[in-house]
Design a protein around this ligand. Structure first.
Ligand code: AHG
Ligand code: MN
Ligand code: MN
Ligand code: MN
Length: 335
């Protein structure tokens, strides 16, 4: 077959963001573009550190723990510092929340019109085994006249203006939405550019994969137990497949592209589940909804939840609309 001629109209991430911002007309100031360009640079840099981690002794523990009570990996801390420094230097972000930093970060004297919440390295328990990890981020607009602080981020996820993740796997994929659909980009390392490879991602309305950590089954509440039973022993005799990587970015990325349902329920052991609202549940729910899927706590839309503290957690079920609606029926049955 004819080899595809090299594209002469390369759509890089920066060009794509600009085109979306131009579409907004006069309201676009270029600030969001500059912020996303800064995030793009952090993704490239974190990717290069993840890839060579084992070569430069960057795997393993940092010897400290975070507010989550987790032992921080060296790459958790490194990725966090890369993100904080780049966002501060962008001049567009005046408030930050990171999984790895106890308190809200306010950039002194900044007039930046955005607040950025992020999980600098998601799935870090998988690092030492070379399994996919990622970075997750969400962006809120700072309210007019705000004196900039926690209240700029203790907002429901539906107020985010952009969200995305970068997955460091067999290739480096950045998936982004600025509220106008979801687009996926693949890093071309020879150019150092993220190239548009998955335009307008739409999640299938139903899938054949479920993604839960069933090691927690003994703690699950009845609605989750009965839902899982319904897809493992279905009347039609065609059970779903189980796929669980343990990095939210990888499990959600597969769900976004293949369909199905990803869940991290609340249970008797974890009363709010494990996933943090600001920098895990909200950004991923934003993307899933923008791609035509559904994201619920089981009883309410995740993006409607108002976080009480910056590291607050919530139950998470997200993915194909039909699959998640099925899950919600099991909760309704226990009302
Ligand atoms: P992080 O590495 O940022 O702390 O996040 C880990 C999260 C998420 O990536 C994943 O979905 C979940 O932890 C897996 O938890 P279990 O190992 O309990 O299944
Ligand atoms: Mn962690
Ligand atoms: Mn995480
Ligand atoms: Mn993390």
């Amino acid at each position: 077959t004819e080899l595809e001629p090299p594209p002469t109209d390369l759509i890089t991430l920066t060009r794509h963001i600009l085109s979306q911002q131009y579409a907004l007309g006069e309201t676009a100031t270029g600030d969001l573009t500059m912020l996303l360009v800064a995030i793009q640079v952090t993704s490239k840099y974190i990717s290069s550190n993840v890839r060579k981690a084992r070569l430069i002794n960057l795997v393993g523990l940092a010897g400290a723990s975070n507010v989550q009570g987790e032992d921080q990996k060296k790459l958790d801390v490194l990725s966090n510092d890369i993100m904080v420094n780049a966002l501060r230097a962008s001049g567009k972000c005046s408030v930050m929340v990171s999984e790895e930093v106890d308190d809200t970060i306010v950039v002194k004297g900044s007039k930046g019109t955005y607040a950025c919440v992020f999980d600098p390295l998601d799935g870090s328990s998988n690092i030492d085994a070379g399994v996919n990890v990622g970075t997750i981020f969400g962006i809120y607009k700072v309210s007019e006249g705000s004196e900039r602080g926690m209240k700029d981020v203790l907002k429901p996820g539906k107020e985010m203006v952009a969200a995305g993740y970068t997955m460091y796997g067999s290739s480096c994929n950045l998936v982004l939405s600025t509220g106008q659909g979801v687009d996926g980009f693949t890093l071309d390392e020879s150019l150092g550019e993220f190239i548009l490879t998955h335009p307008e991602i739409k999640i299938p309305s139903r899938g054949k994969i479920y993604s839960f950590n069933e090691g927690n089954s003994m703690h699950f509440y009845p609605p989750v137990i009965s839902y899982l039973e319904s897809i493992k022993y279905p009347a039609n005799g065609k059970p779903y497949s189980a796929r669980y990587i343990g990095s939210m970015v990888a499990d959600v990325h597969r769900t976004l592209l293949y369909g199905g349902i990803f869940g991290y329920p609340d249970d008797k052991k974890s009363k709010d589940g494990k996933l943090r609202m600001l920098y895990e549940a909200f950004p991923m729910s934003f993307l899933i909804e923008q791609a035509g899927g559904v994201a619920t706590t089981g009883t309410q839309r995740i993006l409607d939840v108002i976080p009480k503290n910056i590291h607050g957690r919530c139950p998470v079920f997200m993915g194909s609309s039909e699959d998640v609606e099925d899950l919600k029926k099991h909760y309704a049955a226990y009302d």
